[in-house]
Design a binder for this molecule. Structure first.
Ligand SMILES: Cc1cc2nc3c(=O)[nH]c(=O)nc-3n(C[C@H](O)[C@H](O)[C@H](O)COP(=O)(O)O)c2cc1C
Length: 243
């Protein structure tokens, strides 16, 4: 039997509708402490979170993210940034803009965010990440006054789930397709087909946004849609990955 923590992880689903209730200061502080408790590459602590309380900024961020209204509705909206500007302020003669630093900042910040999600879910809150924030990353950078060497990766909405919306847990890929021993394995098409059937049934029976089709037939559309071709130029401008 999975323990309580593992049960909590298994129950995860994104929540996009919230009760209009503020989250207690003590809980926010616990979520932040949990986020800060993660491992950190070389103990650099290369992340910054910006909490958005300004309604006008929320509205703009919701619009920039593709009109995702829950950014406005959520009691809390935090923006997670990879941050090497802090190091630059401490030591202006650093060798920055390296590819490895981009990876480090993204890895550490993402790990940090997931601790925040687990802490929030353990308190009965629901969350959804907002990668849509990167749709208009230039405008987000300006709105939040992000200096060079700061990279906004995603937002996180959270709050008490509105029980009128109870999204089902999404089935995950069969373990055999994501967990290999000793070397990489080609895809097992039979297992993929079974998973596509399972997802087709999930999509047709779930409460909201019912649709037809499996999982694998959506990949091309999604990957081609989320291309954000401006990203390399943005990264260069913002002082990331020029060498
Ligand atoms: C980095 C990241 C960015 C995401 N961005 C968005 C987003 O902009 N809008 C949204 O509604 N969901 C977003 N999601 C949520 C995913 O769609 C969701 O996690 C996925 O469909 C699996 O569903 P589940 O979280 O309910 O298990 C994002 C998830 C991640 C990890």
């Amino acid at each position: 039997m999975p323990n309580e923590t593992i049960e909590l992880l298994y129950r995860h689903r994104s929540i996009r509708k919230y009760k209009p209730l503020p989250i207690k200061q003590e809980q926010l502080s616990q979520i932040l402490s949990a986020a800060q408790s993660v491992s950190s590459s070389n103990f650099l602590q290369s992340s910054t979170i910006i909490r958005i309380t300004d309604t006008n900024k929320r509205e703009k961020l919701a619009h920039y993210s593709g009109d995702q209204s829950y950014i406005i509705q959520a009691p809390e909206f935090w923006v997670f940034c990879a941050d090497f500007n802090r190091f630059y302020q401490i030591e202006p003669n650093l060798q920055l803009e390296k590819a490895e630093q981009l990876l480090l900042g993204c890895i550490d910040t993402t790990i940090m965010a997931q601790n925040a999600v687990i802490a929030a879910e353990s308190l009965g809150l629901g969350c959804v990440y907002i990668g849509g924030l990167r749709n208009s990353i230039d405008k987000v950078t300006e709105l939040l006054a992000l200096p060079k060497y700061v990279l906004p990766l995603f937002g996180l909405c959270f709050g008490y789930p509105d029980l009128s919306e109870q999204p089902e847990i999404k089935p995950r890929l069969p373990k055999e397709l994501v967990f290999f021993e000793n070397q990489y394995q080609p895809i097992n098409h039979n297992l993929l087909k079974q998973y596509d059937e399972q997802m087709n049934s999930y999509y047709q029976h779930r409460t909201n946004n019912k649709k037809v089709g499996g999982w694998s037939d959506k990949i091309a559309e999604i990957i081609n849609r989320e291309n954000r071709d401006f990203m390399l130029a943005y990264l260069h401008k913002q002082g990331w990955i020029t060498r």
